[in-house]
Ligand binder design. Structure first.
Ligand code: FMN
Length: 200
């Protein structure tokens, strides 16, 4: 069923529905919203895009969070230019969200520590990959993943939490009988919202 079917044609309830879908993406691992695509500007200026797991959405602060290896290319790209795009498509709800934001890279400190502590063992293992993600290797299996606890714990130095401050959400709902498209722009978290309908 189209999860947004009961939605009335107001910008306020449309934004609430966007928030509801994103929140479900954090908690429901089987939901399409759990694995958005994240776009950065490559070091050579080309667009770069990849899937990540959505770890948190803070509605008040207007932020999203995902985790990555600080040795990965996306971290170098975001360190050079923090502008980021996040794309979701919830097939069940028939809703696409395109989010513009700015990324902060947390390798040390409270945000990174809390995220690492909350991570499961199987997630932490990835940060012990040797050589670093993206390195050229001689054979398909010529890399090492830690399996002993001290070695897994040492992966902490490669872990980073990326916090995206949302500047805009573009909503597109493939509604039977007439699509709906809207833009929501933010300043200071989600406090100051500027909303408009757009032709789909
Ligand atoms: C379903 C799925 C979930 C993924 N989740 C993450 C993630 O949360 N963090 C991450 O860094 N990479 C994740 N990846 C791998 C990335 O898509 C990407 O291949 C990797 O991070 C290297 O990207 P980069 O070279 O652009 O930095 C995931 C891939 C898939 C298919």
């Amino acid at each position: 069923m189209d999860a947004s079917q009961a939605l009335d044609d107001t910008l306020k309830s449309t934004l609430s529905e966007a928030y509801r879908l994103i929140k479900r993406g954090v908690t429901d691992r089987r939901n399409a919203m759990h694995t958005p695509s994240v776009a950065t500007l490559g070091l050579d200026g080309r667009p770069r895009i990849r899937t990540v797991v959505l770890r948190d959405f803070d509605e008040g602060a207007g932020t999203l969070r995902f985790h990555t290896d600080r040795r990965s290319e996306k971290v170098s790209e975001l360190a050079r230019d923090p502008r980021i795009g996040v794309h979701f498509y919830d097939e069940a709800a028939k809703v696409q969200l395109r989010i513009d934001g700015s990324a902060a890279i947390h390798c040390e400190g409270i945000v990174a520590d809390a995220a690492w502590i909350a991570s499961q063992r199987m997630s932490r293992v990835c940060y012990g990959t040797d050589p670093a993600p993206g390195s050229v290797i001689e054979r398909a299996d010529a890399f090492h993943l830690p399996n002993l606890d001290p070695e897994i714990a040492a992966g902490r130095e490669h872990f980073s939490a990326i916090v995206v401050t949302i500047s805009a959400i573009e909503w597109l709902w493939l509604k039977s009988g007439g699509h709906r498209r809207a833009i929501f722009r933010f300043k200071n978290g989600t406090e100051s919202v500027y909303s408009q309908w757009l032709a789909p």
